[in-house]
Design a protein around this ligand. Structure first.
Ligand SMILES: Nc1ncnc2c1ncn2[C@@H]1O[C@H](COP(=O)(O)OP(=O)(O)O)[C@@H](O)[C@H]1O
Ligand SMILES: [Mg+2]
Length: 251
């Protein structure tokens, strides 16, 4: 048996008296389509921050393919193949879509311009950048400036950049947050088109998206895992309905 792509054991994080993550046992398999759902304040973002190394756990363990990465720094985890998109925007607004993706890819392959090797465009980096734009269905916007791009398409650029890191794990924390509903289908299409070999963990409040996309769902409540199962199991779970799905049905 091979070890899972990502695994947490009794992972906990306190903020003062608040247990934002408590005793989380979680498994993300290679190539997974896994959703993390739960009410606001349940600890979902905290959990992603623990996985990426943005914050350190109070106790517990994080394993990647069986290796203990609990103490591995954030940048090192990216190199190990853990990528995320943020709920906030951090793009170069005056540069084009392609330039933004180019910079990220160039940095990964060590082709970033520097004092010693200025300017110069590497064809292989451009080609990879264009492929990434194709994956998120953004080819037609390659030469547009970020500042001219509708917000939803800016989120797609972030997604392309995350993919440009060559991840094995992709953590998507509310990828459609703030995107107008008329535009949100472009995010859903891009998520549907993600390479199958990447294990994806998505946090979202849109239950249509979650139940369409996910093959496995984990429900978090008050910092703890409340339930994990197939979409069918989670959808039919009366206690999950009571704490989350039911209340959402009412708005
Ligand atoms: N850096 C922090 N300092 C103090 N409290 C925090 C911090 N980050 C999150 N929290 C608290 O932890 C709880 C879980 O937050 P969060 O992980 O953002 O929930 P979710 O993403 O499920 O909405 C909330 O009560 C939140 O206020
Ligand atoms: Mg959150």
């Amino acid at each position: 048996m091979t070890a899972p792509l990502l695994e947490t054991r009794a992972l906990s994080r306190n903020f003062g008296a608040l247990a934002a993550a408590r005793d989380i046992d979680f498994t993300l398999e290679a190539g997974a389509r896994h959703a993390l759902i739960g009410p606001n304040g349940a600890g979902k973002t905290t959990f992603v921050n623990l996985l990426t190394g943005v914050i350190t756990p109070t106790s517990g363990t994080i394993l990647m393919k069986g290796r203990d990465i609990t103490a591995v720094a954030q940048a090192e985890r990216v190199k190990l193949g853990i990528a995320r998109t943020f709920q906030i925007n951090r793009l170069f607004r005056r540069l084009s879509v392609l330039e933004n993706v180019y910079i990220a890819v160039a940095e990964r392959v060590g082709a970033a311009p520097s004092m010693f090797s200025p300017a110069g465009t590497r064809r292989d980096v451009v080609e990879e950048s264009m492929r990434l734009l194709e994956t998120v269905r953004l080819t037609g916007d390659a030469s547009r400036r970020i500042s001219e791009l509708p917000y939803g398409r800016q989120r797609l650029v972030e997604l392309a950049i995350a993919l440009g890191l060559g991840p094995e794990v992709l953590l998507l924390d509310e990828p459609a947050a703030g995107v107008p509903s008329a535009e949100s289908h472009i995010i859903l299409d891009a998520i549907d088109g993600l390479p199958r070999d990447i294990g994806v963990l998505i946090i979202d409040h849109d239950m249509d998206l979650v139940f369409r996309f996910a093959e496995r769902i984990t429900v978090m409540v008050s910092g703890a895992v409340f339930a994990t199962g197939s979409p069918r199991e989670i959808g039919a779970d009366a206690s999950v309905r009571a704490v989350y799905l039911g209340q959402r049905a009412h708005g």
